[in-house]
Design a protein around this ligand. Structure first.
Ligand SMILES: NC(=O)c1ccc[n+]([C@@H]2O[C@H](COP(=O)([O-])OP(=O)(O)OC[C@H]3O[C@@H](n4cnc5c(N)ncnc54)[C@H](O)[C@@H]3O)[C@@H](O)[C@H]2O)c1
Length: 421
């Protein structure tokens, strides 16, 4: 979806709520004025994600991708197939020395983001850093502070912030269409070893960096990052405490990050957001279930469901069980019908945007970054959403490692005003 259609699809939204729930969309306010302007972008780490971003940047008339830096020649070769005119470097510091480059995309493995992002800000570049921002909470705070000190634009790879179905549904959530949101159940399940093919064994740690503690925190930094941000966007505040547990229960193949994690994030008023991820069963896939008193949202599926939808008849075998239960317990004064199992509603729901989702927000996210690089204006709250998404992953991971509930540390808090408060 391009920007024009995107803005049209949001046309039905109230400007006030939109400004409160998704203020970073203001980036596009200058899009017509800057129609003839261009910026020069360098990409550090044009691997799998980097090249996906490149597929949008290379099509954007306001952007010229002029350089790539990567320590792995095959990644440079692949990127040159998309933009053959770009310069290439093995050392990202040489790319940063090019004063004609306005902004950089950092799409390297997690453990390398810290130094690269600090160096990029110091070199005066605007920065888009893939999620999670950094490997530790302290590093994440340092990068955020560097962004503030240098005044350079800072975006992170949270594409749901630009996904029309999320934006639309958050407007509805904050307009109380689904009643009080008391919980969010987020999960990301896959069935696979999460490995990439390695041309020679000495490249294992470079290519499969996600599977090793030295370079990743596994499912928490790679997957939870997106979904925890969605949960806080819906609940409208940040959690104060997290507890969690994790283990390697299936893929005992030499990796040392968990393949099975579950966390509970608690808010100051007792509401909760759960996060679970396993990579040995994909039946329930990926979702952030937003649970309101009058409705439910499943934004990944692109649907919402009202509680008031007519009760569907229970499947025959459940009815049979219930009848049997009634016979057994009917005469029993202390049990009765409260023992009946709740059967999940059969409700087809409605599409948030009237049809099944076709894309995510990645193209618009890159378009917004380009726009911000051209104007030099940091959009409201975008860096802060990315900051807290990363910090919540990292504190969740830490709670798992320490095996105890952890409060969100005071010293990691940054100024943040969610949802027009
Ligand atoms: N937003 C999203 O939905 C999303 C999706 C996938 C990945 N990502 C993020 O993108 C980043 C990259 O993931 P990926 O799957 O593309 O990994 P990848 O391994 O495919 O690509 C990383 C690239 O960085 C290069 N690299 C490694 N160290 C480097 C260094 N010091 N200097 C320069 N280049 C270096 C590698 O050679 C490789 O080409 C990660 O932070 C990941 O979390 C985000």
């Amino acid at each position: 979806m391009d920007r024009r259609n995107f803005l049209k699809s949001l046309g039905m939204m109230g400007a006030t709520t939109l400004a409160a729930t998704s203020p970073w969309l203001r980036t596009f306010a200058t899009a017509e004025e800057t129609a003839r302007e261009r910026c020069r972008i360098g990409m550090i780490g044009p691997g799998s994600r980097g090249r996906f971003l490149l597929s949008f940047l290379a099509q954007n008339p306001k952007c010229e991708v002029v350089a790539f830096a990567d320590i792995y020649q095959p990644s440079l070769d692949e990127a040159l197939k998309v933009v053959p005119t770009a310069k290439t470097y093995k050392d990202y510091r040489l790319l940063l020395e090019d004063k004609s480059i306005d902004g950089v995309i950092i799409a390297t493995p997690l453990n390398t983001h810290y130094q690269i992002a600090l160096d990029a800000f110091d070199a005066g570049k605007h920065v888009y850093c893939e999620k999670a921002i950094a490997y530790t909470m302290e590093q994440t705070l340092d990068i955020y502070r560097k962004h503030k000190e240098t005044g350079r634009v800072f975006f992170t790879g949270q594409q749901r912030l630009f996904d029309p179905r999320y934006i639309k549904v958050m407007e509805m959530v904050h307009d109380d269409v689904f009643g009080d949101i008391n919980a969010v159940h987020a999960f990301w399940n896959r069935n696979g070893d999460w490995r990439r093919e390695v041309p020679s064994p000495d490249l294992e740690r470079l290519i499969n960096w996600r599977l090793y503690k030295e370079s990743s925190k596994g499912l928490m930094t790679e997957l939870a990052c997106h979904q925890l941000q969605v949960g806080t966007w819906a609940i409208g505040k940040l959690p104060v405490r997290v507890m969690g547990t994790g283990a390697i229960t299936h893929w005992k193949d030499g990796r040392d990050v968990y393949d099975n994690v579950h966390c509970i994030y608690e808010f100051d008023d007792g509401r909760q957001m759960t996060y679970g991820s396993v990579i040995s069963n994909k039946f329930y896939g990926l979702e952030e279930q937003i649970l309101g008193t009058t409705g439910t949202v499943e934004p990944e599926r692109g649907k919402f469901y009202f509680e008031s939808y007519g009760p569907a008849p229970a499947p025959a075998f459940v009815q049979m069980l219930m009848e049997w239960e009634d016979k057994v317990w009917g005469a029993n004064t202390f049990a009765g019908s409260s023992w009946d199992p709740e059967v999940a509603a059969i409700n087809p729901g409605e599409y948030i945007l009237g049809k099944a989702p076709e894309t995510d927000g990645t193209s618009l996210l890159t378009e917004a970054f380009v726009e911000a690089v051209i104007t030099g204006h940091q959009p409201p709250r975008i860096a802060e959403e990315g900051y807290y998404a990363t910090q919540l992953c990292l504190i969740g991971h830490e709670a798992i490692v320490q095996g105890q509930p952890l409060p969100f540390p005071e010293k990691m808090k940054i100024p943040y005003k969610p949802y027009g408060t």
